[in-house]
Write a protein that binds this ligand. Structure first.
Ligand code: C5P
Length: 219
């Protein structure tokens, strides 16, 4: 039987991509499936936690009880939704692939194809996880990093800069890891430790992540 090791805890998880509107029919997005976030949500719920899952556009579904799904579209909406709950959660995990930039203006009508070139001005989106780090009080805060170069250094840099307790690095260089796949290969960093894991299903990865978090909470 499943041990309810997270009984009494409330966990906030962000998942999926964000879509940033260009006009009424187009957007800027990315290939994130939301699978890692949904696997984390299900694992936490199985361990007895109350889960608040804030997800961008994703085809993933769940019928596990104790998961409250809040579906959003853009980074701004995700930020707003997250901060309705952040203050009162014990653990927050940011697994969403938030768009770094959004169109400065959303065209009211569908953009027509006229000129040879079209320029869309982009402005930086809010960094949801960094904002959580700035407002951190009692929360155990977990981020993800997907890097293509200097991966360990960059991941550790983000741990510091975003004021995180731990960061999960997934490498695009490992076959079967990352975005659209059902499998993932991760390394976990805290301020003092580095732990490497084998390639496995995202459901198994979610178990490793919560085993690790539970250990950290005991320290
Ligand atoms: O800085 P970078 O985007 O690589 O950081 C990745 C981590 O930050 C992930 O945990 C991601 O969910 C989070 N993030 C966020 N809001 C953003 C950008 C990234 O929450 N605008």
């Amino acid at each position: 039987a499943q041990h309810k090791t997270l009984e009494g805890k409330t966990i906030l998880i962000t998942a999926g991509p964000t879509y940033e509107a260009i006009d009424p029919v187009r957007f800027i997005g990315n290939h994130s499936s939301g699978k890692m976030g949904f696997s984390l949500a299900e694992e936490a719920a199985k361990r007895g936690a109350k889960v608040i899952l804030v997800s961008g556009p994703s085809a993933e579904k769940t019928n596990i009880q104790n998961i409250e799904i809040h579906r959003v579209t853009s980074a701004k909406e995700m930020l707003e939704e997250v901060f309705k709950f952040y203050e009162n959660v014990d653990i927050a995990i940011a697994s969403a692939a938030v768009a770094d930039y959004a169109p400065k203006e959303v065209a009211k009508e569908k953009i027509k194809k006229n000129d040879e070139n079209l320029t869309i001005e982009l402005v930086k989106n809010p960094d949801i996880l960094k904002t959580m780090g700035e407002k951190k009080d009692h929360q155990f805060l977990v981020g993800f990093a997907l890097e293509t170069q200097n991966e360990e250094e960059n991941a550790k840099g983000k741990l510091e800069k975003k004021n995180l307790d731990m960061i999960v690095l997934n490498s695009l260089r490992d076959e079967g890891a990352g975005f659209k796949n059902d499998t993932n290969k991760i390394k976990i960093f805290t301020k003092t430790e580095k732990t490497e894991f084998d390639l496995k299903s995202k459901d198994e990865v979610a178990k490793d992540i919560f085993n690790f978090i539970e250990n950290q909470l005991l320290k």
